[in-house]
Design a binder for this molecule. Structure first.
Ligand code: B12
Ligand code: SF4
Length: 486
């Protein structure tokens, strides 16, 4: 059966090729399309951005291929646009069944299913539900009784809320992502690839969706693929993109289970040992003081990083205030001293450190943020992912901010997510947040980076607060300045 799949992206490469690199292929809808293909269907992938003409991209496909099902995905900030896509699909052919999955559908289901253009939503994982759904639609049977789906009766508008299946335990049972259907949407196909290591995270940081997703189903939430399965996909990817030199291993935190990490690194080292030019790996790590205290394990970790050719770790600091980390963010426990020491050790092993930083958190003052700046300055990471806190619906920190009346409506209009203040806090007014956000690069990298680079970052972070300006910037720089894809 012909099935349309849609992913949308705000911060795009070009209108025709919105995905900057293969690392931007999102695992969620990519997995959905892959399992559908493996199940004998014919999925077609479409990647849209706010400047795409939806009709120009979809109408011809709908008219010629007559799909019976469209699979859409959305994070919260993409929901309005994806709803517009759904409206367009229904206007072309109202018999097409439209199902929405992803974090927004899972964490704000009532609002999502209320859309008149959406027939069903997927709560939590969709790998199994979508196969059942496609089978029912293809056979012409009534769609109902499918676990993980909320299904709307088109005639009456009533909603069948089916139970949620336990988390899928054996991730090795899933096929490797079919990246070929994404190629036509990618700007720079040579710029590295991402491969998913596992699903779930053991920590419960209040601003992250993991604790909320964990509540959605029974069973073990933190799951890893086997090293053999990972190596199989890496090999598969190298056949499709023979010039792959860098692979981003997508995992919430690589050291959450050291036994699994070490087994994976051994396998990567062994694989790299067979290549003329070894692949460089990078990944996320959620630092924890237990890890720092276990010097033996830490040494083993870095030794294996070297063998496996791990060149970069993205580490979440989030706030340099220990109080904010503990009381507001509920981050894994670590002191500033331990964090700085870890970064220094990593650097001494030749591993680049990139740090995630959040600002404008509930209860955060400019003094707290000053602690963040001071710590990052001391660490001197290779780069920083600096974000202005965006409260995501369904998370504990969103609930707290909303209950304190910190999120006035309309604050995100016309603004890029995480690049301008959504919250209004008297102790850290938004003009000051913006000032600190832009000046951050000067404060941290003065005397270290060339002035031109600091000014470039300051300009970019100013411009990207505004959607239109940000998009114009992307349009001009997409081919001039390659954007890191990982
Ligand atoms: C990796 C990642 C990215 C990568 C994606 C590329 C890549 N290489 O995968 C990058 C860096 C590009 C990215 C970008 C963004 N991300 Co992101 N990302 C993630 C992360 C860490 C993992 C997602 C993932 O791959 N999970 C594994 C897959 C298999 O699971 P999944 O996506 O949930 O998909 C399953 C189900 O949701 C469902 N499903 C999904 N889609 C569909 C569709 C249908 C039809 C069906 C039936 C089912 C279904 O089935 C899937 C398979 O079981 C999550 C955090 C997390 N724990 O999930 C954040 C997360 C999804 N990202 C988030 C956000 C906000 C963003 C950005 C908006 C950030 C920004 N300002 O730029 C952009 C938006 C991109 C976009 N247009 O969607 C938020 C979303 C919160 C929310 N409620 O909306 C999350 C949850 C992080 C958080 N803050 O907690 N992200
Ligand atoms: S460690 Fe990272 S992925 Fe895990 S809950 Fe915290 S923020 Fe989310």
């Amino acid at each position: 059966m012909e099935i349309g799949c849609v992913y949308s992206i705000e911060d795009y490469g070009t209108i025709g090729r919105p995905l900057p690199s293969p690392t931007h292929i999102p695992f969620g809808i990519a997995t959905i399309a892959t399992v559908l293909k493996a199940g004998g269907h014919d999925p077609a992938m479409f990647v849209l951005c706010p400047d795409s003409r939806i009709g120009q991209v979809l109408d011809d496909y709908i008219a010629r291929r007559r799909p019976k099902l469209f699979c859409l995905t959305a994070v919260s900030s993409q929901f309005a646009f994806i709803e517009e896509v759904a409206r367009h699909i229904k206007a072309c052919d109202e018999t097409i069944f439209v199902v929405l999955g992803g974090h927004h559908a899972s964490l704000a289901p009532e609002g999502a299913i209320a859309s008149p253009h959406i027939d069903a939503i997927c709560i939590n994982e969709g790998d199994r539900a979508v196969i059942e759904l496609a089978a029912a639609i293809e056979s012409g049977a009534a769609v109902g009784g499918i676990a993980n789906l909320w299904i709307k009766d088109r005639a009456t508008g009533t909603i069948e809320k089916n139970p949620t299946l336990p988390f899928l335990q054996d991730l090795d049972t899933l096929p490797y992502i079919d990246r070929s259907m994404w190629d036509r949407w990618i700007l720079d196909r040579e710029d590295g690839v991402s491969i998913l290591v596992g699903r779930g995270c053991p920590y419960k940081c209040t601003y992250c969706s993991n604790h909320a997703m964990n509540r959605l189903a029974e069973g073990k939430f933190v799951r890893y693929r086997s090293p053999e399965n990972m190596i199989g996909e890496i090999d598969h990817v190298r056949q499709q993109y023979p010039n792959t030199r860098h692979i981003y291993l997508e995992v919430e935190t690589i050291t959450a289970n050291l036994k699994k990490t070490f087994a994976l690194f051994e396998a990567l080292a062994d694989y790299n040992g067979r290549l003329a030019t070894p692949i460089a790996f990078s990944m996320n790590q959620a630092f924890h003081s237990n890890f720092m205290k276990n010097t033996e394990k830490m040494e083993e970790f870095f030794e294996l990083c070297g063998k496996a050719n791990v060149v970069r770790l993205n580490v979440g600091l989030e706030s340099g205030s220990e109080e904010i980390r503990k009381d507001v963010l509920r981050r894994p426990n670590y002191s500033n001293e331990e964090f700085a020491a870890f970064c220094a050790i990593a650097k001494s092993h030749g591993i680049d450190i990139v740090v995630y930083v959040l600002m404008n958190l509930p209860g955060e003052t400019p003094e707290h943020f000053r602690e963040t700046v001071d710590l990052v300055k001391k660490i001197q990471p290779r780069n920083v992912f600096l974000s202005i806190f965006h409260p995501y619906i369904g998370t504990d920190l969103h609930a707290l901010a909303a209950s304190r009346g910190l999120i006035p409506s309309g604050t995100t209009k016309g603004r890029f997510e995480r690049r301008s203040s959504v919250m209004r806090t008297p102790e850290f007014p938004s003009y000051r947040v913006k000032f600190e956000y832009i000046l951050f690069w000067w404060r941290v990298y003065r005397g270290v980076w060339p002035l031109s680079r600091i000014l470039y970052y300051m300009a970019k972070h100013n411009i990207f607060a505004y959607r239109r300006l940000g998009r114009l910037w992307n349009r001009f720089t997409a081919r001039l300045v390659p954007r890191p894809g990982f």
